[in-house]
Design a binder for this molecule. Structure first.
Ligand code: GLC
Length: 419
């Protein structure tokens, strides 16, 4: 055997070992903006590091649409999907169908905020590892506030007034497409997030409290929803009733709204080279409500990586989930997507803060964010949330008053949770 044949033989066996260990995985993920492109770039790095090939199964950006599909797939024992990108609220609902990552993640859980790890732990089982956390922001046009001599609003009523004043003045100057405020009011989980913030900001509780008490039918919650209903067709287009995150961002990013409620991902995109609002905006905490118990409030969001119990490649899939939750991946994500890390040290990381200066302040905001009642409702969360967003959507659409809709909602939630 000459040297050339020997080397060729050695190379072939190395490749074969590599091939034998290399798995083909599928990860399913919906996302907003350029999230899926970013995920692909991470999968390329993962392949270089581990040899595992990963295909993305893309999903719509609405978390409610994703959940509906995933629940069906998991119930059917789908073995084609190895890793799921999961919303923070899903853990208790999908726990039985996901692999326990406690042992695999034991050396790395300590770098994450304990509250996030807790949110993904169901009866002692770690059902997903964190990719990023989320807490909303009030995006505002610095240039327009300055031009019209206005301050960043501190209450929702002030927001209404400021939005109206600037919108009217801009329209009078010929800026016909200008709106005051865009947010997420389609009938889906995003509306639950928005409306929980309004209710909580008005001192109206968290829909269902941690001890299971159904608290939503109260005067402060009514006041909050009445205020929000007054925005439709005045400072917000009627079309907002069909907006998710991306539709709101579309209007805002083109320069057609003074304010927007959105998650941090919209910060990076609004600053992209071709964005008309680039350099003209900043972010602030969402405004406070009015009346007893009023405060500023934002809903806690976030996404995680979970391994399907039906995966045929649990080890490689676990490696992938841990890779996507790692400090390195979260840092790249924070810089490119402006998603909030769950790795605590990244809030002091100079590269992260240079890419997203607002993040220094968002650590506190995320820590104080109000959780949706997924823990007290467990497997019924999605149905409970859907009853809530429907009651709110009806109120915003002028289908019944806030008081009537919340009264019916209380009855429906009581029935649901009694089951
Ligand atoms: C964001 C949040 C997620 C929430 C969703 C609602 O993606 O991170 O937790 O459910 O928005 O639209």
């Amino acid at each position: 055997m000459n040297l050339k044949t020997l080397i060729a033989g050695l190379l072939a066996s190395v490749t074969m070992v590599g091939a034998a260990n290399a798995a083909s995985l599928a990860i399913v993920s919906g996302d907003t903006g350029t999230g899926l492109q970013f995920l692909q770039s991470e999968l390329d790095l993962f392949k270089a590091e581990s040899g595992h090939d990963v295909t993305i199964v893309p999903m719509p950006s609405s978390t409610s649409d994703q959940f509906g599909q995933y629940r069906l797939w998991l119930a059917a024992g789908n073995a084609d999907i190895d890793v799921y990108q999961t919303d923070v609220i899903w853990a208790p609902q999908l726990a039985d169908q996901l692999v326990d990552l406690t042992e695999a993640a034991k050396d790395v859980v300590g770098v994450h905020f304990p509250s996030v790890i807790e949110s993904q732990t169901v009866n002692g089982k770690l059902v997903a590892v964190p990719g990023f956390t989320d807490a909303p922001a009030l995006f505002y046009r610095k240039d327009l506030l300055e031009k019209h001599g206005k301050e960043v609003p501190k209450t929702w009523v002030e927001l209404h007034q400021t939005a109206k004043a600037i919108m009217d003045a801009e329209r009078a100057e010929g800026n016909k497409d200008m709106w005051g405020y865009v947010f997420q009011a389609n009938a889906y989980e995003g509306l639950t997030c928005n409306a929980l913030e309004w209710v909580n900001a008005y001192g109206g509780g968290q829909i269902i409290e941690a001890d299971g008490t159904i608290s939503i039918n109260n005067e402060q919650a009514v006041a909050a929803l009445e205020e929000a209903a007054s925005w439709i067709g005045t400072i917000a287009p009627e079309g907002v009733l069909a907006y998710g995150e991306e539709e709101a961002r579309g209007v805002w990013q083109l320069g057609n709204s003074v304010f927007m409620r959105n998650w941090p991902y919209a910060y990076a995109l609004s600053n992209s080279a071709d964005a008309p609002v680039k350099g003209k905006f900043d972010v602030a905490p969402l405004p406070a409500g009015e009346g007893p118990g009023a405060k500023a409030s934002g809903t806690l969001g976030g996404w995680n990586f979970a391994v399907s119990k039906y995966s045929k490649e649990v080890d490689a899939a676990t490696e992938l989930a841990l890779f996507l939750a790692s400090e390195g991946s979260q840092k790249r994500r924070a810089i490119s997507q402006n998603n909030l890390p769950t790795v605590q040290t990244l809030y002091k990381d100079a590269d992260v803060l240079a890419a997203a200066p607002f993040m220094a302040a968002w650590e506190e905001i995320f820590k104080n964010a109000v959780p949706r009642p997924s823990a007290p409702t467990q497997a019924s969360y999605n149905e409970a949330s859907s009853l809530f967003w429907s009651a709110v959507h009806n109120t915003l659409s002028g289908n019944g008053s806030a008081a009537e809709n919340l009264e019916v909602l209380e009855i429906d939630l009581t029935d649901l949770l009694a089951k």
